[in-house]
Structure formats: structure tokens, C-alpha cells
Write a protein that binds this ligand. Structure first.
Ligand code: SAH
Length: 243
């Protein structure tokens, strides 16, 4: 039986930002091929007054505006589908991860609520049971780019989108380690600093076992040096405390 299409819905005050970069390359082709579908819906459509107001000043004072609960909730109500996770992009959210991306990609799709201004009225998060997700410890001006990053991560995991590369599971984060370094032709290359750099000999040896061993060693080395947090976790997971 054919797999049902994976459906991403974005609620945004700037729906014309979509598909944006997701219309290109892998994700764009998959979109045109009907592997997934994207609808971006304007939250302003659900405003009730003549001025189409979507935000208001914060109770308690302070800078900026807050997205109104009634309007946002009506928008969510109109597009939510039972069984499809409802996510609010938020710097306060749980850090997005490859693991969460895999879970979402394995499901029917995702509803992504994109905040603007200072954020959204807390009561909508509660009443709509929104899962708050962050794409990193920095502040964007809106949730749209964060939503696109999440969609991109999920879409490349959908069956058929990436082909063989996807099944390898050797990518960064898939097993808690960062990726090994890549090289392509020419085997010797002089950079702008005039230094001739040669590809590591083992990669030219044609010895698959040795190549695999070298790559694993590199992954461990790079992870240990750059991401001690990931390294510590991968050691714990492996139940292996040598090194
Ligand atoms: N006042 C908020 C920041 C609001 S930024 C605070 O201090 O936390 C406006 C909107 O951009 C947010 O509502 C959210 O939807 C989005 N956004 C900003 N940074 C984000 C991040 N790191 N991850 C996910 N969404 C983010």
C-alpha cells in the first residue's frame, strides 16, 4: 500500500514566506512529486474585527506585542487534524533534535505555529496543548525560519527522498556521534595558503575495512573535541567508559 502523503501545515502572519527555500532541491522535488504537502495559512484570516487585529499590548506592561489567544486558537482549531502533533516554535521550547525529526517524519505530518512579536498568549499554549520546540539557543524574529528548518529535517527523512544516503545512518547525530570528514578529487590540492594538502592515504587504499575503521575513529575524535556533551552521552548509551 502506498504511504499517505506527509502533510506540513504552517500557521503564520507571513504565509508567503513558504515554501521559500523548501521549494528548491531535495525538498522541492519531493513537494512536486507529492511525497509531502505544505500549506501555509494566514493567521490574520481568523481575526474578528474590522482591522484584522492579531496582536495586543501585554498585560503587566513591557515592550512589544503579544499574539491574541482568541485569534490564534481559532486558526489552530480550523486546521488541526486529530493525530497530527501541534507544535509552537519557541525559544523556550525543548531543543529540536534528529530523534524528534525522525518521530515526526514517521507520523502523518505536523502543524507548526509560527510566533511573531514577543510571542503568543500563554493560555493558547495550554488550551491547545501545544508542544513548544526551539531550534537553538538564539532568538529569531519569527517562527517561520525555525518551522522551515524543522520541515527540512523531517522531509529528507521521508522514504524515497534521499535514497541510499538516508539509509546509511552514518550522519551526524544519528548514533550520537558527529560525522567524519569528507574528501573528493583532486587527491592533492594546494589552497590559497600555498600548502599542498593530500587526502588521507587510507581513503585511497581501497581497503573498505580500514576506511570504516578510520572514519569511526575520526567521528569519535571530532565528537570528543567539539561536543563533549554529545560524547559523554554516547559513552553512557554505549555503557562504555573506557577512554
Ligand atoms: N520574547 C521571546 C522571543 C520572541 S521571538 C523570548 O524572549 O523568548 C518571536 C517568535 O519567533 C517566537 O514566538 C517564536 O515563534 C520564534 N522564535 C524565535 N526564536 C526561536 C527559536 N530559537 N526557536 C524556535 N522559534 C523561535
Amino acid at each position: 500500500m502506498a504511504r499517505a502523503m506527509w502533510i506540513a501545515t504552517a500557521l503564520s502572519l507571513f504565509p508567503e514566506m513558504f515554501p521559500g527555500p523548501l521549494g528548491e532541491s531535495l525538498a522541492g522535488k519531493a513537494l512536486r512529486d507529492g511525497v509531502w504537502d505544505l500549506s501555509a495559512i494566514d493567521i490574520r484570516r481568523f481575526a474578528k474585527d474590522r482591522h484584522r487585529t492579531v496582536d495586543d499590548a501585554p498585560f503587566g506592561g513591557g515592550a512589544g506585542m503579544v499574539m491574541k489567544p482568541d485569534v490564534l486558537s481559532a486558526a489552530i482549531e480550523a486546521v488541526a487534524v486529530p493525530g497530527v502533533p501541534k507544535v509552537l516554535l519557541s525559544p523556550r521550547g525543548a531543543p529540536f533534535s534528529q530523534a524528534r525529526g525522525r518521530e515526526l517524519a514517521a507520523g502523518p505530518g505536523v502543524l507548526l505555529v509560527c510566533g511573531r512579536f514577543e510571542g503568543v498568549d500563554e493560555r493558547v499554549i495550554e488550551a491547545q496543548a501545544l508542544e513548544e520546540i526551539s531550534v537553538g539557543d538564539f532568538v529569531l524574529s519569527g517562527g517561520e525560519i525555525a518551522a522551515m528548518a524543522m520541515m527540512d529535517c523531517c522531509v529528507r527523512l521521508l522514504p524515497g527522498v534521499m535514497g541510499a544516503a538516508n539509509s546509511a545512518h552514518e550522519e551526524s547525530f544519528e548514533d550520537g556521534l558527529l560525522e567524519y570528514p569528507h574528501y573528493t578529487r583532486p587527491a592533492t590540492w594546494a589552497g590559497p595558503d600555498g600548502i599542498e594538502r593530500r587526502v588521507p592515504e587510507v581513503l585511497l587504499s581501497g581497503h573498505h575495512g580500514k576506511v570504516a575503521e578510520w572514519r569511526m575513529k575520526q567521528r569519535e575524535e571530532i565528537t570528543r573535541r567539539r561536543r563533549p556533551d554529545l560524547w559523554a552521552r554516547s559513552r553512557t548509551a554505549a555503557g562504555n567508559d573506557e577512554k
